[in-house]
Write a protein that binds this ligand. Structure first.
Ligand SMILES: Cc1cc2nc3c(=O)[nH]c(=O)nc-3n(C[C@H](O)[C@H](O)[C@H](O)COP(=O)(O)OP(=O)(O)OC[C@H]3O[C@@H](n4cnc5c(N)ncnc54)[C@H](O)[C@@H]3O)c2cc1C
Length: 375
């Protein structure tokens, strides 16, 4: 039986991003890709501030240079002419990446297929698939979603979104990152809205929550909003949903088995953003594999993890202050510093600017609680 140099479990953001770089840079090893989804499905969009170049630049759906945060009563608007908030469709990333993968005759794609079990035999990984077949590889890159139970201050970011198309929804050059709303459910609830074109919008309802909520509740909130706007007749192009772990996930690597993507710790706890961090990791990991060394897991900053814990703890302590706190953060921190901070690429001075934008005593109280709970 053939033994591949690399086996990728999953064809999501992390696997596709690394594979694209390896294919484009002429990596000499063999590879196999295993995923239950047979083809690209438009089931998610990846957004974030475009602070770095990546191979999917040409496939961007839209960029905005303006964003709003707050509550309906008081939204604060900020932006930056050189820092775009960008949107990419997951299906476009998969299509482009599959072209790179297909350019390699010695690479194999096994779809639809799922890895059910693994065992290590004489220095090689043997993966058992759902059709009963097996695949052997020297190194495994595993992007399957991690199974987690989260403890305070960490939270789930649960969301349901509907993309609509139809009538003229009006011109808007600004993304609504967070429009916080009153809701009985803990802790923080908000709408997220992307005006993709005049006749296309993505509207999501998001909850930062200790327990994963019923998606039907979140869906009902989006439908209610569409009705309030008079857009309930618009064509639903697609929906998206998820429960993202707002928690630091430790790197996991043993005997040439490396967890990657969200499972490997690429997601930023306080934001749920992972796509751009995965791009940086993929650049580094491809360089390492080309040089014949195993890829490092995604790097994490202990100071950012700790600050994220303090910020989330401040939401637990005073959920009713969330709207004001987010508004204050976006109003008082210079956009370049804040976007670098949120995308996990801060300069030391950026961290200071973020800290100065937040109210002192609630943050000290949260820091004390967070520190005390960890000790
Ligand atoms: C709907 C949605 C929207 C998001 N939006 C953003 C955003 O705007 N910005 C941002 O930065 N982040 C966003 N994220 C978070 C994060 O960027 C994504 O989850 C990203 O896809 C993570 O990449 P990944 O490779 O770790 O996992 P995934 O992309 O989820 O890939 C994991 C793959 O593993 C496969 N798999 C699962 N089980 C098996 C098995 N047994 N065998 C083989 N394969 C298996 C799955 O089919 C999947 O293809 C979003 C997440 C979701 C769910």
């Amino acid at each position: 039986m053939k033994t591949f140099d690399l086996a990728f479990i999953g064809l999501g953001a992390a696997s596709l991003s690394l594979a694209t770089r390896l294919a484009n840079n002429g990596y000499g090893g063999s590879a196999v890709f295993i995923d239950p989804a047979p083809e690209a499905v438009d089931e998610r969009t990846w957004c974030g501030w475009g602070l770095i170049d990546h191979p999917y630049q040409a496939a961007l759906t839209r960029q905005w240079h303006c964003w709003r945060v707050g509550s309906a009563a008081a939204m604060s608007r900020s932006g930056h002419p050189d820092i775009p908030y960008e949107m990419l469709r997951g299906s476009a990333v998969r299509r482009l990446s599959m072209q790179s993968i297909a350019s390699r005759r010695d690479w194999e794609v096994l779809t639809p297929a799922a890895v059910m079990a693994e065992k290590r035999e004489q220095g090689t990984w043997c993966l058992e698939l759902d059709d009963g077949s097996t695949v052997q590889a020297k190194m495994v890159l595993d992007s399957r979603p991690p199974r987690l139970s989260l403890q305070r201050p960490w939270l789930w970011q649960s969301f349901y979104g509907i993309e609509i198309k139809g009538e003229d929804f009006g011109a808007d050059d600004c993304v609504n990152l967070m429009e916080l709303v009153e809701d009985d459910a803990p802790l923080v609830n908000f709408f997220y809205e992307l005006p993709i074109t005049r006749d296309q919008r993505l509207i999501e309802f998001t909850r930062f929550t200790p327990e994963k909520p019923d998606m039907e509740d979140l869906k009902a909130r989006v439908e209610q909003r569409l009705a309030e706007r008079g857009w309930q007749q618009a064509q639903v192009v697609r929906t998206e949903q998820g429960h993202l772990p707002m928690a630091p996930i430790a790197a996991q690597t043993h005997e040439q088995w490396i967890a990657i993507g969200t499972a490997g710790g690429s997601m930023r706890p306080a934001t749920g953003y992972a796509f751009h961090a995965i791009q940086s990791w993929a650049d580094e990991a491809a360089g390492q594999l080309m040089a014949g060394t195993p890829p490092s897991p995604p790097s994490r900053s202990r100071i950012l993890d700790w600050l994220d814990g303090v910020f989330l703890e401040s939401l637990w302590l005073e959920p009713e202050a969330a709207a004001g706190r987010y508004r204050q953060l976006f109003e008082k921190t210079p956009p370049a510093a804040l976007t670098r901070f949120l995308m996990s690429r801060p300069r030391p001075i950026d961290i200071l600017k973020v800290l100065l934008a937040l109210p002192v005593s609630p943050m000290l109280r949260a820091a004390w609680h967070h520190g005390w709970r960890r000790s």
